[in-house]
Design a protein around this ligand. Structure first.
Ligand SMILES: [Fe+2]
Length: 245
């Protein structure tokens, strides 16, 4: 079985289109999305429409999805996230809003291999930035492999013999998963990478070979930036797409 795992699209239509046209996503059996479909970017309605057309999609909601679906107030956000969330709300039809409102809360068990969540297994909004936090999340999973998003930072945590450690993920890295190890893996972000590399990132998991591969790909950043500026969204959102921070 071939899985495509991706996260944090953040209303970036050009990046999502590039993912779906990427030759390595062809023939996928399942697409697993780890939350934050909308927020920050300039195309919430088109991104929601494109998501609604992805076949064999399993997903969890992100914190931006909750705020833009009116499930939580934007006052919990920093000013840039709040401004873009309020702007995104004005763009959505009732149908769009219903679509993001229905996104399930994580964690979700996908099958005998995989659990997905946005932040962590114990709190959908919690940011995992350390091996300790990853180990707590791994302990609460009912499967050996978990995927998470939220930090926009590609990394692989693993627990073996009760010790948790991490491996940074580089482009095209292939890793064979071990049967005696438990994993919590972040594919990075499609729409707003934050590891100083502006290229979008995702993961392919091949469950027959028990192998994962990290992929990076470029997209039309300039078009997205122009739309951000034309919409009157904060300029820093356009700058970040170039710097990857
Ligand atoms: Fe996010």
């Amino acid at each position: 079985m071939k899985y495509i795992i991706f996260s944090d699209v953040h209303s970036n239509l050009e990046a999502l289109q590039a993912l779906l046209h990427h030759k390595k996503t062809k023939g996928a059996d399942k697409f697993l999305f780890l939350g934050d479909m909308v927020g920050y970017g300039p195309d919430p309605e088109k991104v929601i429409k494109l998501f609604s057309q992805i076949k064999n999609l399993h997903l969890v909601r992100g914190n931006h999805d909750k705020v833009i679906a009116d499930l939580e107030p934007s006052s919990l956000f920093n000013p840039i996230a709040a401004v873009s969330a309020e702007w995104s709300k004005t763009r959505l039809s009732d149908k769009d809003r219903r679509f993001i409102k229905k996104m399930p809360r994580g964690p979700q068990v996908i099958d005998r291999f995989i659990t997905i969540c946005h932040g962590s297994s114990f709190d959908e909004d919690y940011y995992i930035f350390s091996s300790f936090e990853a180990s707590e999340s791994i302990k609460l999973m009912n499967t050996a492999i978990g995927f998470f998003g939220h930090t926009h930072y590609p990394i692989l945590y693993y627990t073996r013999n009760e010790k948790t450690d991490s491996l940074p993920m580089k482009e095209n890295t292939k890793i064979k998963l071990d049967a005696n190890t438990r994993y919590l893996i972040n594919p990075g972000s499609i729409g707003q990478p934050r590891d100083k590399n502006p290229a979008s990132s995702f993961i392919i998991f091949n469950s027959d070979k028990m192998e994962i591969q990290f992929i990076r790909f470029p997209y039309e950043i300039k078009s997205t930036q122009e739309k951000i500026m034309a919409a009157g969204l904060p300029e820093i959102l356009a700058t970040r797409l170039e710097t990857g921070i």
